[in-house]
Ligand binder design. Structure first.
Ligand SMILES: [Cu+2]
Length: 493
C-alpha cells in the first residue's frame, strides 16, 4: 500500500511542480468582497462610523439559541433539521446553501455538564445522506455522529447522551463519508455550548448576543452567478479549499456595535482548510480565555491568534477606552474583514480575571503506550501511516479508560513546497498537548484540545484518557484531505 502511494505521489509531483510554478496563488489571498459583478461593500478607509455606511453593510447575524423543548431542568431535548436553502450573501444574488433549521449555519445548542441530552436530527436534504458530528463532545461512538451514523434523506437520527465535561465552546457539523467538505462548505455547521458551575461563577461576559458573541469565520469562493464554487481543482486537492471571501456568521464584511466595555468573542475557525491569523487593525491586545475543550487556567495576552480549521478560542476584548463612533477592525493576515463599532456604555464592568479554571494535568506516567500517527502523501494520496480511510477497517484498538500518548508527525509533502500544516482531530476525546518537537506548547495550547495543527516536519505529542467506548475517527480537519482519505478509525472497548 505504501509503495503504491509513493508511486502516485511521484507522478503527482511531476504534474504539480508545473502547476505550482504557473498557477497557484499562495494562501493569504483573502478579500472582503466576493468576485461578483456588483460590489456592495464600502471600501472607504474611514476609521469613524458614519450612518451612510450602514446602508451597504450588514450587521453581524447572531445565530439563534435553540429552544430546549424538555421542561425538566436536568434534561435537554432539541430538534435540528438539515435542509437545502438559498441565501443572499450579496443583495439581489441568490446562493444555493444548506442550513440547520434555517438557510445557512445553524442555531446554538446550549447544555449543562451533567445534563441528559437528546437531539432529533432530521435529514431534509434532497437525495443525499448526512450525519451530524458533535465536534469535541466526549460521548460514546454510537452517539458521535461519524460516518457510521448516516441519515438517509427523509429520515431522522436521535442520539441520547449525558454531558460529562467542563464548560466549552464546541460545534457540530456533518461527517458523511467523502462528502463532509461539500456539506460544510454549503453551510452545515453550528455551535454547541456547555456551561457548568465554573462558567456560572466566572466574572466574564455571558449575555448571549450582547457581550458574549460567537464568530464563525469561514472563507468562500463565489462564482459570477453568486453560487458557491466547490469544484475541486488541483490546488484545492492539495491545500484544501481556500476561498477569497471571508464570512462571519454567514455575512460578508459585517459590523457589530459594541458597548464601551468588555466583549467575549467565541471564535470558531469554520473553514474547510484555511489557517487564520486573527488580530485587530490597530493592534488592540486581547486575552484568550478558552481553547477547544474549555477554559484555560489563566487568560493569555496576545495580539494575534492563530487558528486551524475546526479550532476554537474564546477571547476577551476590552473596548472601554474607545469613544462612541470609533471603529476597530478584525483582520486575518492583516486584511480586515469585520468592524466593531463602539456605541454606548456597558451595563457591567468586567476586569480580565486572574484565574479561570483549574486544569488537572494528566500524568505522563499514566500513559500505557505511545501510539504513532504519521501524516504522509499529498493531493489525492494523503494518508495516515500509509493507509487511507476504509470504513470496514479498524486501525487502532484502545482499551476503555486507559491513558495514551498520541504522537502525530507531519511528513506529508516534505521536500515539495515545504509541506503543509495539517490540523489533527480525534473524536470523542479531549487531549492535553505535551510538546511540539520536544518543546512545551505555547501558553494558549496548555488547556484541553481536540484539534491541533501539526506543522511540516513537526512531531506533536498529546495525552488523553479514553473514557468512552465505540468506534471513532481520527483525521486531518482539512476537509478535502479527510474526504480524500486522510482518516482512520480507532475502537475503544
Ligand atoms: Cu491535511
Amino acid at each position: 500500500m505504501k509503495k503504491y502511494l509513493n508511486i502516485i505521489v511521484a507522478g503527482l509531483v511531476i504534474v504539480l511542480v508545473g502547476y505550482f510554478l504557473f498557477f497557484v496563488q499562495g494562501p493569504g489571498m483573502f478579500r472582503t468582497s466576493p468576485n461578483l459583478p456588483m460590489n456592495p461593500m464600502n471600501e472607504s478607509g474611514n476609521n469613524t462610523y458614519n450612518q451612510s455606511n450602514k446602508v451597504n453593510e450588514s450587521s453581524l447575524p447572531i445565530p439563534p439559541m435553540l429552544e430546549d423543548i424538555n421542561p425538566d431542568p436536568n434534561k435537554a431535548e432539541f430538534q435540528i433539521t438539515a435542509q437545502n436553502a438559498t441565501k443572499e450573501f450579496v443583495p439581489g444574488v441568490k446562493t444555493e446553501t444548506m442550513g440547520y433549521n434555517g438557510d445557512y449555519l445553524g442555531p446554538v445548542l446550549r447544555v449543562r455538564n451533567g445534563e441528559e441530552v437528546s437531539v432529533k436530527v432530521k435529514n431534509n436534504l434532497e437525495d443525499e445522506i448526512t450525519t451530524i458530528h458533535w465536534h469535541g463532545l466526549e460521548v460514546d461512538g454510537e452517539d458521535d455522529g461519524g460516518p457510521h451514523s448516516g441519515i438517509q434523506p427523509g429520515k431522522s437520527w436521535t442520539p441520547e447522551f449525558t454531558i460529562e465535561q467542563s464548560a466549552a465552546t464546541l460545534w457540530y457539523h456533518p461527517h458523511p463519508e467523502q462528502n463532509t467538505g461539500r456539506q460544510v462548505y454549503k453551510g452545515l455547521a453550528g455551535l454547541f455550548f456547555i456551561e457548568d458551575e465554573v462558567s456560572d461563577h466566572l466574572e466574564v461576559p455571558k449575555d448571549y448576543g450582547v457581550n458574549d458573541v460567537p464568530l464563525i469565520i469561514q472563507d468562500k469562493r463565489f462564482n459570477e452567478d453568486g453560487s458557491f464554487q466547490y469544484d475541486l481543482g488541483m490546488h484545492d486537492v492539495m491545500q484544501g479549499l481556500q476561498g477569497d471571501t471571508l464570512l462571519v456568521n454567514g455575512a460578508i464584511d459585517p459590523y457589530l456595535e459594541v458597548p464601551k466595555g468588555m466583549m467575549r468573542l467565541r471564535i470558531l475557525n469554520g473553514s474547510n482548510a484555511s489557517v487564520y491569523e486573527l488580530g485587530f487593525d490597530n493592534n488592540q491586545i486581547f486575552y484568550q480565555i478558552a481553547s477547544d475543550g474549555g477554559f484555560l487556567e489563566k487568560p493569555i495576552e496576545m495580539d494575534e491568534l492563530k487558528l486551524g480549521s475546526a479550532e476554537r478560542a474564546e477571547i476577551l476584548v476590552d473596548f472601554s477606552d474607545y469613544n462612541n463612533g470609533d471603529i476597530v477592525q478584525m483582520s486575518n493576515q492583516g486584511l480586515e474583514f469585520m468592524k466593531f463599532i463602539v456605541n454606548g456604555e456597558s451595563e457591567n464592568q468586567f476586569k480580565i480575571p486572574d484565574q479561570l479554571a483549574s486544569i488537572e494535568k494528566i500524568d505522563l506516567e499514566d500513559a500505557v503506550r505511545t501510539r504513532e500517527f504519521v501524516f504522509q502523501g499529498m493531493g489525492p494520496g494523503v494518508n495516515i501511516n500509509g493507509k487511507q480511510m476504509d470504513i470496514n477497517r479498524i486501525d487502532e484498538l484502545v482499551n476503555l479508560h486507559e491513558t495514551e500518548i498520541w504522537e502525530i508527525s507531519n511528513e506529508s509533502g516534505m521536500g515539495m513546497m515545504g509541506g503543509i500544516a495539517h490540523p489533527f482531530h480525534a473524536h470523542g476525546v479531549q487531549f492535553q498537548i505535551i510538546d511540539r518537537d520536544g518543546n512545551p506548547p505555547p501558553p494558549n495550547e496548555t488547556g484541553w484540545k481536540d484539534t491541533f495543527l501539526v506543522y511540516p516536519g513537526e512531531k506533536v505529542r498529546a495525552i488523553a484518557t479514553f473514557n468512552h467506548s465505540g468506534v471513532f475517527m481520527y483525521h486531518c480537519h482539512i476537509l478535502e484531505h479527510e474526504d480524500a482519505g486522510m482518516m482512520g478509525q480507532f475502537k475503544v472497548d
